[in-house]
Design a protein around this ligand. Sequence first.
Ligand SMILES: NC(=O)c1ccc[n+]([C@@H]2O[C@H](COP(=O)([O-])OP(=O)(O)OC[C@H]3O[C@@H](n4cnc5c(N)ncnc54)[C@H](OP(=O)(O)O)[C@@H]3O)[C@@H](O)[C@H]2O)c1
Length: 347
Amino acid sequence: MKNERYLERCAQLANLADSRVGDSPRVGAVLVHQDRIIGEGYHQIAGQAHAEVNCLASVRPADRPLIPEATLFISLEPCCIVGRSGACTNVIKEHGIKSVVFAQRDSTPGVNGASVAILEAAGVAVTEYPAFQPTLAVNAHRRVMALKGRPFVSLKFAQSADGFLRPADRSADYWITNPISRRLVHRWRANTSAIIVGGRTVVEDDPSLTTRLFPGRNALAVIIDPRNRVSGNEKLFASSQRPLLFAGSERKDINAEVVVMGKELNKAALTQVLTLLMEQRLGHVTVEGGAGILQAFIRAGLWDEARVFTGKTSFRAGVPAPELPAAATRVSVERVGSDLLEVYSRS
Ligand SMILES: NC(=O)c1ccc[n+]([C@@H]2O[C@H](COP(=O)([O-])OP(=O)(O)OC[C@H]3O[C@@H](n4cnc5c(N)ncnc54)[C@H](OP(=O)(O)O)[C@@H]3O)[C@@H](O)[C@H]2O)c1
């Protein structure tokens, strides 16, 4: 039971990582000596120190002599290959650690059990918890990338109490969600690599899609615009970070990276979008609307999770919210102030 408690802490630490972790795994590590945590760390930035290294670096000088007698808990199998940083199996051996507990194996080619063999050959006791749920959830995006060859796709939208994304009358200002939910959305933005919106949303709402209500970097803005609705004068095109524009046909004189996707909004077109994002090593993307783009991803079955806010106001008429398939599973429901937040998974 104690092992699970420390692995749970590893999952919490892993979840502290934001989008700077890129398509690398989110990993947390805890060093425990006689039931006392003497070190903690997580993988923060792709290509930089791994969780194990940050955890060991956090141990106070007075506790450093205890390291060889301590148990290292990690949410994921340690790496054994030299990539952008060194092999963690070497770090473990160099510190004389004799006991390692981790949850899942790392499916990265060249790892996947190889680290267990290396550690055991060096006399390190290794215990695995392959079915441990909290750590499985942390790296859902990695499994989608490995199995489906595309990024993890999260849908996010807010609907009125009577199921509209926006009112028919757009002359007056309206907000569906409260300030707490809006801040939460910006926290999610700090954790995603790209935000996808439709061309009509860019024209009608002129969003900036920045992470301004939460510390973190801005995700790449991706616009899907098969009917060439955007003019190029909207806020996104004045941003220092050029957006990626999937356009119906060639667009000149527009401050964006333009990819011609053709005039269709079908599964092939969206697969083209996701393939390109995957090639750019963007492991987690969020579709923020509008209705047409969200529904197209749902129709194509190209989504993994949907986060749906329902506010208190009723619009009576407007743009209907997208419909999730009946097979979608509601995995959580909670109140965020006056709003309801439901999270669904595709199956
Ligand atoms: N409450 C929320 O969470 C939320 C979030 C984002 C946006 N919104 C609202 O959603 C509204 C925009 O939604 P939307 O559905 O109109 O547009 P959208 O999803 O932003 O953009 C979809 C784009 O794809 C085009 N399209 C649709 N079906 C197509 C097809 N079969 N083939 C080729 N192209 C196709 C549309 O063309 P057309 O231009 O011809 O329609 C449109 O330009 C905005 O008013 C915004 O306020 C609400």
